[in-house]
Design a protein. Structure first.
Length: 351
């Protein structure tokens, strides 16, 4: 069995021709599955042909199994079941300019960041391009949208998983979702967040996709960063910055640093001074967020007051910086938290 959403229009044409169907039907199929419809609901196709397709392809690789709406800010957390029973999560954030969906790129993660819930059980498996795509098609449909009336306007690859550790599927996903006959989400409205797989950042720069590159920095000092993020043992901050400059040279897109503030760990004046030294004059922006404490980890988020103080230090040092709201923290908004809760309650027989 294959996943239909893995394919672009030309590939679907080839499938159709190999099955003795007319290639123009590719558009109907692509529009249907991109709108979150099952093959059985695409009634332009003959019943017999729909049966042939469903015997060979999953048309609904991602199914919404739970939805939690934040009473604070309207953020929606989704739990999805994959065709093999694995569970992943995603978040929909409502902003004035549109809806941003945060998608997962892997089941679990093998990067081992100490503050992140997604990585607690390691990597289970990569998602295919179609499984990443279908998360958006399903949420778009859940909001009443389709290919002509797009409710999800922006996408961030910031759910569970390390996108650059699942490189080929992620690139294919970006190309597929930005196709006109599909959901038509421009790469400029897509952000890819990485913990800093430097060689892959160089590869990504060559793809000719003007995606917003976001780096999870979290500490400007290599030795301290290693304590938070094992990937720092492989690549230094300097190597990351060089890769970012290369990315900017190729795409013209300014890059963003994610910086999750951990109380007493990376919220000191010394860290702020070093960030200013490293980042001043670069075409970049710093996104601060207070760490969302994860029960299993012994790290606390910086207080609101100290986060504001840290932000002022950066601002005064000439850095473009914002302090993000902690959206949906009443509904387990941090990466991997909802999935863990779900898996745990299943173990305990509550579901
Ligand atoms: N693997 C990618 C994308 C997934 S994580 C990456 O590392 O960038 C998305 C962002 O959430 C990253 O910046 C990550 O460091 C951050 N994050 C993970 N757990 C968090 C938590 N408990 N509180 C705040 N930010 C967290």
């Amino acid at each position: 069995m294959r996943i239909l959403q893995d394919y672009n229009e030309n590939e679907i044409k080839d499938i159709l021709l190999s099955l003795g169907e007319k290639s123009y039907r590719a558009k109907q199929i692509l529009r249907g599955i991109s709108s979150g419809r099952k093959l059985s609901e695409i009634t332009d196709l003959s019943k017999d042909f729909r049966n042939i397709l469903t015997a060979n392809y999953y048309d609904l690789p991602v199914e919404i199994i739970e939805k939690k709406v934040s009473e604070k800010d309207g953020t929606v957390k989704y739990l999805f079941r994959l065709f093999d029973g694995n569970v992943i999560e995603g978040v929909l954030m409502k902003y004035k300019y549109g809806n941003t969906q945060c998608v997962s790129t892997q089941v679990g993660c093998r990067m081992g960041c100490t503050f992140c819930a997604s990585t607690l059980d390691g990597l289970v498996r990569n998602l295919s391009a179609g499984e990443i795509f279908a998360q958006i098609a399903m949420v778009n449909a859940d909001l009443g949208g389709n290919v002509d009336d797009r409710k999800v306007t922006n996408v961030v690859l910031m759910g569970s998983g390390e996108p650059l550790d699942n490189y080929d599927s992620v690139i294919k996903f970006i190309r597929n979702i930005s196709a006109k006959e599909s959901l038509n989400v421009s790469p400029r409205n897509i952000s890819l967040s990485t913990c800093g797989l430097v060689p892959k950042i160089y590869d990504f720069a060559e793809e000719n996709l003007p995606v917003n590159l976001t780096i999870s920095l979290h500490n400007p000092f290599d030795d301290d960063r290693k304590k938070l993020m094992p990937i720092a043992n492989s690549y230094s901050v300097k190597e990351i910055l060089d890769a970012c400059s290369y990315y900017f040279g190729k795409t013209g897109r300014r890059y963003i640093f994610e910086y999750s503030l951990v109380k007493g760990v990376n919220d000191t004046k010394r860290c702020a001074d070093e960030l200013i030294k490293l980042l001043k004059g670069r075409p970049c922006h710093v996104n601060l967020i207070r760490l969302n404490a994860v029960k299993e980890r012994n790290l606390e988020g910086t207080s609101e007051k100290d986060a504001r103080r840290f932000m002022s230090l950066l601002e005064n040092g000439g850095i473009s910086v914002t302090l993000r709201r902690q959206m949906g923290n009443d509904i387990d908004g941090a990466c991997g938290q909802l999935r863990r809760k779900f898996l745990k309650s299943k173990e305990e027989g509550a579901l």
